[in-house]
Design a protein around this ligand. Structure first.
Ligand code: ADP
Ligand code: ZN
Length: 724
């Protein structure tokens, strides 16, 4: 692990630029690399797509000798090695996919000192009674990198017995630094990894788990197939994974999609290995667009350009959801996670959740399932909820989940609430949510007892959809007008606030979504047609060279090309992903594609607009000021009051107030235009440090003198930092 003694020692940043073609480090990459270069052990917890590989690849190139990377995933090793070779880096792998001759050849190259990085499967490391370890002792090993390090821990969900032996490494090679990396480890697993590997005073690096480029959406499961098809039409030519609960449904869904003209294949543990591998490869190489899979799919896949992950059924807990959705967007390009949610799934999964003879385990599984369902029913930012669940603090909104993107409207729901409460009274607090809803809607089902069909309240809510009833009643529970009693089969019951509603003494306000276009990501414009042409070019090359397309260039790189239109090789090098070797190898070809396009379309290069740090510009999220909002503003400026504008425009006052609040950030409207000065302080006090409490709680606290609009405006202004 001595550093090179030549005069010019390459710097990590220099290597990042010349070999990998990237401009700046991400997360804590530079600090991690420095730690390893100092000869210290390190533990790195970073989300998928965060850029863990560079944390050992760059030191590998600076150290003399070879870096040995232990990885459990055979398919992934080949990819990594291909990608390194593309950048002109001497790398090889050793695992059971090679025959003996090929393995010998790799060992020979290793002994001749020709390799900078060697990827090995853990079982190979200790094979032949330690003979291979003997080889490693003969040559100079500069660093051991343990990828997917959680596989060593029995606490984790992915324990691999072969990893167990890695405990020996530190004993056999005490002087060689070890870097352990993983994307999944709770605190317990983390401690376990450090201990099992025997790391010496390791520095521990934990990155944020926020996957900012993944946008989260949950939609009702009704008509999910039709919704899916519509979604897929919008995502033509993009790669995606669809997860379903059962093996059978992967096959039926893949067949149905194929019949409807999409290229989709199933994947589950019950298929023959040959078929599975084939389907995985087709997907990996972009020869099919969609893979329909059970959760068996994903571990071994490193495809960086997965643009969407769809859950056709509810995942069983938030850990799985995070992991599965995390397979989207490893290249950092905008991607989506879509989940179809129906409460029926919760019932179905409850049956799977019970572990026979283990009530404790069953209780945990059920709790996790409940948390998953809660996530789907949220009225607050999903990203926040997800990250808080993993113990991370976040801002209250993300502007890239369906909740944050939806505009809600408050409406008077007193009558709805009265119907619901009266149903609970009539049913003597002895039934759960779904029975009460069916009862309210006058369901003809046999499940509804005959004597209940005689009651006056039966069917009084037929005009409201089942979903909306579910949502409204849950909200009534949240607001304390009803409660759910009992653990496993919660029954709806009354609270001390119920009666006042029934008697008409309390007005109940609920919220409902009115539009889903409150904000919209303002993407930097790029030439879509050119992007398509570049993808085809990449596909052609990848077929010729027999590697997956993303190994040649990531989608992120092609997107930058199609955005900044470099028209010379020098400019091209400013595009993220064009290191020296790749520029020499593919520069001309891609340049030609870009210049031809620009000539045809009479376009100039926009490379000067590329921010010089080279980082992809953070795609800013701006409120979209649509015409309807501008119209409201215009009238407001004319001196009309909120109720007046509402009447003229035939919109509710709260919608008008919403419109106006959206101009706060732009400085077009002042907070004092919307809320009298003396009220601002009081509302802020009610907000407390929580910043964002459900509006209705605030309203309840503040009382009738404060309107929803005023409260919302103060929240908005606080969030925007306009008032503190
Ligand atoms: P992980 O192993 O953490 O899932 P990878 O190491 O595979 O992530 O990196 C994900 C993608 O991000 C790869 O395409 C990689 O080349 C790219 N990448 C990593 N670090 C940087 C960086 N500093 N700048 C730009 N791209 C990067
Ligand atoms: Zn959000």
């Amino acid at each position: 692990m001595k550093k090179k003694e030549s005069v010019i020692v390459p710097t990590p940043l220099g290597i990042l630029k010349t070999q990998f073609g990237y401009e700046a480090f991400r997360h804590q990459q530079d600090e991690i690399i420095q730690t390893v270069l100092d000869g210290r052990d390190a533990f790195v917890l970073m989300p998928t797509g965060g850029g863990k590989s560079l944390c050992y690849q760059i030191p590998a190139l600076i150290f003399e000798g070879v870096t040995v990377v232990v990885s459990p995933l055979i398919a992934l090793m080949k990819d990594q090695v291909d990608a390194l070779r593309m950048n002109g880096i001497a790398a090889a792998y050793l695992n059971s996919s090679l025959d003996f001759l090929e393995q010998d050849e790799v060992v020979a190259r290793l002994c001749r000192g020709e390799l900078k990085l060697l990827y090995v499967a853990p079982e190979k490391l200790f094979a032949s009674g330690g003979a291979f370890l003997g080889v490693l002792r003969e040559i100079s090993v500069s660093l051991f990198a343990i990828d997917e390090a959680h596989c060593i821990s029995q606490w984790g969900h992915d324990f691999r017995p072969e990893y167990f032996h890695l405990a020996r490494l530190k004993k056999e090679f005490p002087e060689v630094p070890v870097i352990a990396l993983t994307a999944t480890a709770d605190h317990l697993t983390q401690e376990d990894i450090l201990e099992k590997l025997g790391l010496q005073e390791p520095r521990v690096f934990v990155s944020s788990f926020n996957r900012a480029n993944i946008h989260y959406f949950v939609v009702p499961k009704q008509d999910s197939y039709e919704k899916l098809v519509e979604y897929l039409h919008k995502h033509k030519g993009e790669s995606g994974i669809l997860y379903t609960l059962s093996r059978k449904s992967t096959e039926t869904l893949a067949a149905r999609l194929s019949a409807d003209g999409f290229s989709a294949k199933p994947y589950h543990a019950g298929l023959d290995t040959g078929v599975k591998d084939k389907h995985q490869e087709l997907f990996q190489k972009d020869k099919i667009q969609i893979i329909v899979a059970t959760i068996a799919f994903g571990m071994g896949i490193n495809k960086s350009n997965v643009r969407f992950v769809v859950h056709m059924d509810l995942p069983k807990n938030l850990e799985s959801y995070y992991q599965e959705t995390g397979r989207a967007g490893r290249d950092g390009v905008r991607s989506e996670a879509l989940l179809f949610y129906g409460s029926g799934d919760v019932m179905k999964l409850k049956r799977f959740a019970s572990v026979e003879g283990n009530p404790e385990q069953t209780r945990i599984m059920l709790r996790k399932l409940g948390q998953m369902a809660d996530f789907c029913e949220l009225r607050t930012c999903r990203r926040k909820h997800l990250l808080n669940y993993f113990g991370e603090e976040t801002p209250d909104t993300c502007a890239s989940c369906d909740v944050c993107l939806t505009e809600y409207e408050t409406y008077d729901a007193t009558v709805t609430a009265q119907k619901a409460i009266s149903a609970v009274v009539r049913l003597e607090e002895r039934f759960g949510l779904s029975y009460v809803v069916d009862f309210l809607r006058g369901s003809k089902s046999e499940k509804i007892k005959e004597e209940h069909k005689e009651l006056k309240t039966y069917g009084v809510g037929a005009d409201i959809s089942k979903e909306e009833w579910m949502r409204s009643i849950k909200e009534l529970v949240g607001m304390g007008y009803l409660r759910q009693a009992g653990d496993q089969y919660p029954l709806l019951a009354l609270t001390n606030k119920s009666l006042a509603v029934l008697k008409g003494e309390t007005k109940v306000m609920l919220v409902k979504p009115i539009s889903t276009t409150k904000v919209e990501t303002v993407e930097e414009p790029y030439e879509e047609e050119l992007f398509g042409a570049l993808k085809s070019l990449r596909m052609e090359i990848s077929q010729k060279e027999e590697v997956p397309a993303y190994v040649i260039f990531s989608d992120a790189t092609l997107l930058e090309l199609a955005t900044y239109l470099p028209l010379s090789l020098d400019d091209m090098q400013r595009i993220s992903g064009f290191g020296e070797v790749k520029t020499a190898r593919y520069g001309e070809t891609f340049l030609k594609c870009v210049t031809t396009y620009c000539n045809e379309h009479k376009l100039d290069s926009k490379i000067s607009e590329k921010i010089s740090s080279g980082r992809k510009r953070v795609r800013d999220i701006k409120p979209v000021i649509n015409e309807t909002k501008s119209e409201t503003l215009r009238m407001f400026r004319e001196g009309k009051t909120v109720p007046e504008i509402a009447t003229v425009r035939d919109l509710t006052a709260s919608t008008i107030e919403n419109h106006l609040a959206s101009f706060l950030a732009l400085g077009e409207v002042k907070i004092t235009d919307l809320v009298p000065q003396e009220k601002i302080g009081v509302i802020q006090k009610a907000l407390g440090k929580n910043g964002y409490l459900p509006l209705k709680y605030l309203k309840d606290t503040l009382g009738d003198d404060y309107s929803y609009g005023e409260i919302r405006a103060v929240i908005e202004a606080t969030k925007q930092g306009i008032i503190v």
